[in-house]
Design a protein around this ligand. Structure first.
Ligand code: GLU
Length: 305
């Protein structure tokens, strides 16, 4: 059994990232599985080795240990290029010239708010001349997976049985860099990952991932999608919510130990006085993890003990 946590090393981890990492670790370590860290540093501009070390230290401060073989995606571009070449040769990719805004507008039109990961299919059926016209306008294309919105049933460890559609996820960005959706599938397979724990904002992309795994003959891992963590105002947790990292909370006098305990209780643990992640193993169960988003406390001081 192999689990993993795959952060982007673009800054300190926030409470939401740490909570996801804790679930991933508890779930796999409880079964004596291996726990891997993989740095998703495809975004070269904002990633750094300093941030990698910072994140490893933050995880370690909570007692989240990992196997020594940490990999980073920026070392694996050749591998991704091989897979892209295979998919292109099998005519499973098509160029997409849409801007984010065009996608948002097309999706919003009749159905209200767009969902992350959904693509309206605008470029799926472009003729050669329509493609040429866009090329002439100077738009470099991203490359998307050609699907037929096949449906898959995911027996998600938290969301339960969920029907997800294969979406035409982007596999190569329009700056030529391999996209997250490709790298995540290639790396999970290459590393033998059997359980993927991540935020439920990625549930909409999971159909595309499963479709790609099938096309490439990769096994489909178990999925556990965790409801997001919200700020006190009910919005998705972000930097603007202020002190949401271990360091910032420490500056406010909230010790790491208290954060671990609070995260534990937010996951349904009844263990008192945990001082490291391993103390939470005894009663951890996905069955106890709430199915609704968790809102961080407005006044951390009240939870400090
Ligand atoms: N880097 C992604 C995130 O932090 C990880 C996605 C995944 O675990 O597949 O949300």
């Amino acid at each position: 059994m192999i689990g993993r946590f795959a952060p982007s090393p673009t800054g300190p981890l926030h409470i939401g990232n740490l909570r996801t990492a804790l679930v991933a670790w508890l779930s796999i370590r409880q079964r004596n599985g291996e726990f891997l860290i993989r740095f998703e540093d495809l975004d070269r501009a904002n990633s750094s080795l300093t941030n990698e070390q910072l994140q490893i230290d933050e995880l370690a401060a909570l007692g989240i240990t990992h196997s020594p073989d940490v990999i980073r995606q920026s070392d694996r571009f050749l591998l991704y290029a091989d897979v892209l070449a295979e998919l292109r040769q099998r005519d499973l990719l098509y160029p997409c010239y849409c801007s984010r805004r065009e996608i948002r507008d097309a999706i919003r039109a009749p159905h209200g708010e767009p969902t992350d990961g959904v693509y309206p299919g605008t470029c799926r059926q472009l003729s050669v001349s329509q493609r040429q016209e866009r090329e002439r306008a100077g738009r470099p294309p991203a490359w998307r997976l050609r699907t037929h919105q096949e449906r898959y049933i995911v027996d998600d460890g938290l969301a339960g049985e969920t029907s997800v559609a294969a979406v035409d996820v982007v596999l190569q960005r329009n700056d030529g860099v391999p996209a997250y959706n490709l790298a995540v599938v290639v790396d999970d397979a290459a590393q033998g990952v059997t359980e993927v724990v991540r935020g439920d904002d990625l549930l909409a992309s999971t159909g595309g991932h499963i479709h790609l795994q099938n096309l490439l003959g990769y096994p489909v891992p178990d999925y556990v999608h965790i409801p997001l963590v919200l700020g006190p105002d009910g919005e998705r947790l972000a930097k603007r919510h202020g002190a949401v990292t271990l360091e910032a909370l420490a500056e406010q006098g909230v010790p790491t130990r208290s954060i671990l305990r609070l995260l534990g209780s937010s996951l349904g643990s009844r263990i008192d006085g945990a001082s490291t992640a391993a103390d939470l193993l005894a009663d951890f169960s996905l069955d106890h993890v709430p199915r609704l988003p968790w809102t961080i406390p407005e006044h951390w001081q009240t939870v400090t003990s």
